[in-house]
Design a binder for this molecule. Sequence first.
Ligand code: FE
Length: 227
Amino acid sequence: MNRKHIISVVSLTALVLLAACAPAATANPVNNTASTVEPTAASSTDVVSPTAVNSTDTQAIAGLACGAGSSSVTATPALTEGPYYKAGSPEQANLYQEGMAGTKIVITGYVYDTNCQPVANAWLDFWQADANGNYDNSGYTLRGHQFTDANGRYQLITVVPGLYPGRTEHIHFKVQAPNGQAITSQLFFPGVVQNDSDGIYNADLLLSIQEAADGLQGYYNFVVPAS
Ligand code: FE
């Protein structure tokens, strides 16, 4: 290994350490939950490419709006609803069903307003393709709405959606504060090659993801306009 290689390895190690430490360094309550995930999460970061490390670092900041002492932030960006929304989804935070194909993921976070105040009883409606890229357009599989608790927190249990033609992996959502205006948009997954070729993709909507004991743990904080 020559000197150039050694410098590269040192740089990469520093990047990995930075990326691994960044979320834990914030005071956001979401990260308190992060400490409960398996320690394998850190080693999984070790094997990602330098490009992925950089995007992980960026998305950790985007996905954890109002962390690290922020006092005001911009609202979650809106994106197209797409053709598969169905109104009237059941109230259910757990969209995962036993035996369902794909990787299970638990996504948690908060709904804040643009002053970084948590929003209790905010409405969240999620819908997504299954692991094979298909939507349930006759029923409500992988569709459900929920409301944030008194602390503004939500939790979604689901599977990582599959790809379908022209689109990268994404979970559609609507979020609305009580008596507020709904924001319709989509969440994305870090490290997916198709992110770069998807015209709808927006890095501000990347989940922060860690490996968990039985799948993945994702984090995202939504931000709605202050009333
Ligand atoms: Fe879609």
